[in-house]
Design a protein around this ligand. Structure first.
Ligand code: ADP
Length: 190
Protein backbone atom coordinates (compact mmCIF):
# COMPACT_ATOMS: atom_id res chain seq x y z
CA UNK A 1 0.00 0.00 0.00
CA UNK A 2 0.99 3.59 -0.54
CA UNK A 3 -0.33 5.60 2.40
CA UNK A 4 0.42 9.31 2.30
CA UNK A 5 -0.23 11.93 4.95
CA UNK A 6 -0.57 15.19 3.02
CA UNK A 7 0.16 17.75 5.67
CA UNK A 8 0.25 21.52 6.02
CA UNK A 9 -1.50 24.53 7.49
CA UNK A 10 -5.03 25.61 6.49
CA UNK A 11 -4.84 26.98 2.96
CA UNK A 12 -1.65 25.08 2.10
CA UNK A 13 -3.36 23.43 -0.87
CA UNK A 14 -3.87 19.94 0.53
CA UNK A 15 -7.29 19.45 -1.07
CA UNK A 16 -6.20 20.70 -4.50
CA UNK A 17 -3.04 18.62 -4.54
CA UNK A 18 -4.83 15.53 -3.18
CA UNK A 19 -7.07 15.48 -6.26
CA UNK A 20 -4.01 15.33 -8.50
CA UNK A 21 -2.27 12.66 -6.46
CA UNK A 22 -5.28 10.32 -6.33
CA UNK A 23 -5.58 10.47 -10.12
CA UNK A 24 -1.95 9.63 -10.73
CA UNK A 25 -1.46 6.98 -8.04
CA UNK A 26 -4.97 5.50 -7.78
CA UNK A 27 -5.40 6.28 -4.09
CA UNK A 28 -8.48 6.92 -1.96
CA UNK A 29 -8.72 10.51 -0.72
CA UNK A 30 -9.86 10.88 2.89
CA UNK A 31 -10.35 14.48 4.01
CA UNK A 32 -11.71 14.82 7.53
CA UNK A 33 -12.72 18.43 6.77
CA UNK A 34 -14.76 17.29 3.74
CA UNK A 35 -16.40 14.51 5.76
CA UNK A 36 -17.33 16.95 8.52
CA UNK A 37 -18.73 19.41 5.95
CA UNK A 38 -20.87 16.75 4.29
CA UNK A 39 -22.22 15.82 7.73
CA UNK A 40 -22.99 19.48 8.42
CA UNK A 41 -24.92 19.64 5.13
CA UNK A 42 -26.85 16.51 6.03
CA UNK A 43 -27.52 17.91 9.53
CA UNK A 44 -26.34 14.74 11.24
CA UNK A 45 -25.47 14.66 14.95
CA UNK A 46 -21.80 14.44 13.99
CA UNK A 47 -22.23 17.45 11.70
CA UNK A 48 -23.86 19.54 14.41
CA UNK A 49 -21.10 18.69 16.83
CA UNK A 50 -18.30 19.36 14.32
CA UNK A 51 -19.86 22.68 13.29
CA UNK A 52 -19.69 24.03 16.83
CA UNK A 53 -15.88 23.65 16.74
CA UNK A 54 -15.22 24.43 13.08
CA UNK A 55 -17.10 27.73 13.22
CA UNK A 56 -14.65 28.89 15.86
CA UNK A 57 -11.58 27.63 14.05
CA UNK A 58 -11.01 24.98 16.73
CA UNK A 59 -10.23 21.30 16.24
CA UNK A 60 -13.02 18.76 16.55
CA UNK A 61 -12.23 16.52 19.58
CA UNK A 62 -9.80 13.66 18.92
CA UNK A 63 -12.10 10.83 20.00
CA UNK A 64 -14.80 11.83 17.50
CA UNK A 65 -12.33 12.44 14.69
CA UNK A 66 -10.39 9.21 15.22
CA UNK A 67 -13.55 7.06 15.24
CA UNK A 68 -14.75 8.76 12.07
CA UNK A 69 -11.46 8.23 10.27
CA UNK A 70 -11.32 4.56 11.23
CA UNK A 71 -14.82 3.98 9.89
CA UNK A 72 -13.89 5.66 6.59
CA UNK A 73 -10.76 3.56 6.13
CA UNK A 74 -12.75 0.38 6.80
CA UNK A 75 -15.25 1.35 4.07
CA UNK A 76 -12.42 1.01 1.51
CA UNK A 77 -10.96 -2.35 2.40
CA UNK A 78 -9.60 -3.05 -1.08
CA UNK A 79 -7.88 0.33 -1.54
CA UNK A 80 -4.37 0.45 -3.03
CA UNK A 81 -3.62 3.16 -0.52
CA UNK A 82 -4.90 6.40 0.99
CA UNK A 83 -4.17 10.08 1.03
CA UNK A 84 -4.94 11.40 4.47
CA UNK A 85 -5.75 15.09 4.08
CA UNK A 86 -6.32 17.08 7.28
CA UNK A 87 -5.63 14.01 9.42
CA UNK A 88 -3.76 13.45 11.70
CA UNK A 89 -3.89 16.96 13.15
CA UNK A 90 -2.70 16.12 16.68
CA UNK A 91 -0.12 13.72 18.09
CA UNK A 92 -2.94 11.66 19.63
CA UNK A 93 -4.50 11.26 16.17
CA UNK A 94 -1.13 10.26 14.69
CA UNK A 95 -0.58 7.61 17.36
CA UNK A 96 -4.11 6.25 16.92
CA UNK A 97 -3.62 6.07 13.15
CA UNK A 98 -0.38 4.11 13.54
CA UNK A 99 -2.01 1.61 15.89
CA UNK A 100 -5.03 1.23 13.64
CA UNK A 101 -3.03 0.77 10.43
CA UNK A 102 -0.78 -1.73 12.17
CA UNK A 103 -3.83 -3.80 13.11
CA UNK A 104 -4.56 -3.99 9.36
CA UNK A 105 -0.96 -4.95 8.58
CA UNK A 106 -0.35 -1.51 7.05
CA UNK A 107 1.52 1.69 7.89
CA UNK A 108 2.07 5.27 6.76
CA UNK A 109 4.58 5.38 3.91
CA UNK A 110 5.40 9.07 4.03
CA UNK A 111 4.29 12.47 5.31
CA UNK A 112 4.52 15.16 2.64
CA UNK A 113 4.41 18.49 4.42
CA UNK A 114 3.60 21.64 2.45
CA UNK A 115 5.40 24.72 3.81
CA UNK A 116 3.60 28.01 3.22
CA UNK A 117 4.14 31.37 4.94
CA UNK A 118 1.34 32.59 7.23
CA UNK A 119 0.71 35.79 5.25
CA UNK A 120 0.23 33.79 2.05
CA UNK A 121 -2.18 31.43 3.86
CA UNK A 122 -4.37 34.32 4.98
CA UNK A 123 -4.53 35.68 1.44
CA UNK A 124 -5.41 32.28 -0.02
CA UNK A 125 -8.13 31.56 2.56
CA UNK A 126 -9.83 34.94 2.09
CA UNK A 127 -9.74 34.37 -1.66
CA UNK A 128 -11.15 30.86 -1.25
CA UNK A 129 -14.01 32.30 0.85
CA UNK A 130 -15.31 34.03 -2.29
CA UNK A 131 -16.05 30.65 -3.87
CA UNK A 132 -16.14 28.12 -1.01
CA UNK A 133 -18.93 29.75 0.99
CA UNK A 134 -17.07 28.48 4.06
CA UNK A 135 -17.73 30.62 7.14
CA UNK A 136 -14.33 29.65 8.55
CA UNK A 137 -12.62 31.12 5.45
CA UNK A 138 -14.48 34.42 5.43
CA UNK A 139 -13.59 35.82 8.85
CA UNK A 140 -9.99 37.01 9.42
CA UNK A 141 -10.31 36.33 13.18
CA UNK A 142 -11.29 32.70 12.59
CA UNK A 143 -8.46 32.35 10.06
CA UNK A 144 -5.97 33.67 12.64
CA UNK A 145 -7.31 31.19 15.15
CA UNK A 146 -6.95 28.28 12.70
CA UNK A 147 -3.37 29.26 11.93
CA UNK A 148 -2.58 29.59 15.67
CA UNK A 149 -4.12 26.16 16.36
CA UNK A 150 -2.04 24.77 13.50
CA UNK A 151 1.22 26.05 15.01
CA UNK A 152 0.36 24.94 18.54
CA UNK A 153 -1.41 21.58 18.10
CA UNK A 154 -0.83 20.37 14.55
CA UNK A 155 2.73 21.34 13.52
CA UNK A 156 4.20 19.06 16.26
CA UNK A 157 2.83 16.07 14.30
CA UNK A 158 5.73 16.64 11.87
CA UNK A 159 8.20 15.52 14.57
CA UNK A 160 6.15 12.37 15.09
CA UNK A 161 6.85 11.29 11.50
CA UNK A 162 10.35 12.79 11.41
CA UNK A 163 11.31 10.46 14.27
CA UNK A 164 10.22 7.57 12.04
CA UNK A 165 12.23 9.03 9.11
CA UNK A 166 9.03 9.55 7.14
CA UNK A 167 8.88 13.35 6.87
CA UNK A 168 9.48 15.12 3.56
CA UNK A 169 9.02 18.90 3.49
CA UNK A 170 7.86 20.42 0.22
CA UNK A 171 7.89 24.09 -0.70
CA UNK A 172 4.19 25.01 -0.92
CA UNK A 173 4.70 28.45 -2.47
CA UNK A 174 4.51 28.90 -6.25
CA UNK A 175 1.97 27.75 -8.83
CA UNK A 176 -0.34 24.79 -8.25
CA UNK A 177 1.43 22.91 -11.08
CA UNK A 178 4.88 23.55 -9.66
CA UNK A 179 3.83 22.18 -6.30
CA UNK A 180 2.21 19.12 -7.90
CA UNK A 181 5.45 18.45 -9.75
CA UNK A 182 7.44 18.62 -6.48
CA UNK A 183 5.03 16.13 -4.89
CA UNK A 184 5.27 13.74 -7.87
CA UNK A 185 9.08 13.86 -7.74
CA UNK A 186 9.10 13.04 -4.01
CA UNK A 187 6.62 10.18 -4.36
CA UNK A 188 8.33 8.69 -7.40
CA UNK A 189 11.63 8.64 -5.47
CA UNK A 190 10.17 6.59 -2.60
P1 ADP B 1 -8.25 23.59 6.29
O1 ADP B 1 -7.09 22.63 6.23
O2 ADP B 1 -8.27 24.56 5.19
O3 ADP B 1 -8.43 24.22 7.65
P2 ADP B 1 -10.11 21.38 6.53
O4 ADP B 1 -11.25 21.15 5.64
O5 ADP B 1 -9.00 20.37 6.54
O6 ADP B 1 -9.58 22.79 6.08
O7 ADP B 1 -10.60 21.55 8.04
C1 ADP B 1 -11.65 22.42 8.40
C2 ADP B 1 -11.94 22.30 9.88
O8 ADP B 1 -12.41 20.97 10.17
C3 ADP B 1 -10.77 22.49 10.84
O9 ADP B 1 -10.53 23.85 11.13
C4 ADP B 1 -11.25 21.70 12.07
O10 ADP B 1 -12.20 22.43 12.81
C5 ADP B 1 -11.98 20.53 11.45
N1 ADP B 1 -11.09 19.36 11.26
C6 ADP B 1 -10.69 18.83 10.08
N2 ADP B 1 -9.86 17.78 10.27
C7 ADP B 1 -9.71 17.65 11.61
C8 ADP B 1 -8.96 16.78 12.45
N3 ADP B 1 -8.18 15.80 11.95
N4 ADP B 1 -9.06 16.93 13.80
C9 ADP B 1 -9.83 17.88 14.32
N5 ADP B 1 -10.55 18.76 13.60
C10 ADP B 1 -10.50 18.66 12.26
Amino acid sequence: MLNIVLFGPPGAGKGTQSERLINKYGLVHLSTGDIFRSNIKGQTDLGNLAKSYMDQGKLVPDSVTIDLLRAEVLKHDSAKGFIFDGFPRTNAQAKALDVFLKSMGASITVMLSLDVEDEELKKRLLKRAEVSGRADDADPKIIDNRIAVYHKETAPVKSFYDLQDKLISIKGMGSVNEITERLFVSIDAL
